[in-house]
Ligand binder design. Structure first.
Ligand code: GLP
Length: 241
């Protein structure tokens, strides 16, 4: 596992964006796995700047997002589809028909998402954030390592963390559709970004912990091409630090 320690989230975003742009320049038809949450926003802002400066061309890129809240319409301001459109897709030259986000409203056959990914040739580069409890995508502690895209239950702590984005507690989704851990592990390369002291425990388990379903991020120890980009605060429990 390659570990890059940076000073803040901005620098993390710049490094991740450079890595993504370099991959696209080598393979213009790159299949990108994308994440939501506050962490990757600086990555997306940097990619938009690079696109405007003609340093990256998304015209042949396909993207697959990790997850979506169950029952939120794509037009809902807190849906991950809305997030991706407004934070990235609307500002770059990606073909919108090639941007995939799991449907939160048509959830009868979520596993077809994995087939779509396969049809596209698999994910070349997956960007990940990290939940405070070690979740990746919305794969909460206890999720089976062989899981594929499915409707998943959110833990009370995740629901509470997400509550700040909704007007009332009753509106906070309690379920999501998430790529599974096996789906994520199928990506050829993974970049995970985590910044802030509240991610330090999860980063410890990701790097040094026992590989266990109690810390879903620990599965990344079994992947051969993972880079984690962390700030000093998120890295503070790492042994070499
Ligand atoms: C949500 C998303 C994850 C994301 C996590 C962390 O749970 N499903 O993909 O990594 O939030 O969010 P943040 O980056 O805002 O800390």
């Amino acid at each position: 596992m390659n570990i890059i320690i940076v000073k803040d989230n901005q620098e993390a975003g710049e490094i991740a964006a450079e890595m993504i742009a370099e991959k696209i320049s080598k393979n213009p038809k790159l299949v990108l796995g994308l994440a939501t949450g506050s962490t990757p926003v600086s990555t997306y802002e940097t990619l938009i700047k690079m696109y405007k400066n003609k340093k990256v061309d998304f015209s042949q890129v396909k993207s697959f997002n990790l997850d979506e809240y169950k029952d939120l319409q794509p037009t809902h301001e807190q849906s991950y589809r809305y997030f991706m459109n407004t934070k990235l897709f609307d500002h770059i030259n990606i073909n919108h028909n090639w941007t995939f986000v799991p449907s939160g409203t048509d959830t009868k056959n979520p596993e077809t998402y994995d087939l779509e990914i396969e049809k596209a040739g698999g994910i070349d580069l997956q960007l990940l954030g990290l939940g405070v409890n070690g979740h990746i995508g919305f794969n909460e502690p206890g999720t089976k390592f062989d899981s594929k895209t499915a409707v998943v239950d959110l833990t009370p702590s995740t629901i509470q963390i997400n509550a700040r984005f909704f007007d009332s507690p009753a509106e906070v989704p309690t379920q999501a559709v998430s790529m599974g851990l096996a789906s994520i592990m199928n990506s050829k390369e993974i970049i995970l970004i985590a910044t802030g002291a509240n991610k330090a425990e999860a980063i410890y388990h990701l790097v040094h912990g026992k590989v266990s379903e109690q810390w879903p991020c620990s599965i990344l120890q079994n992947h051969e091409n993972v880079t984690i980009i962390v700030d000093q605060e998120a890295a503070k429990l790492l042994e070499s630090n």
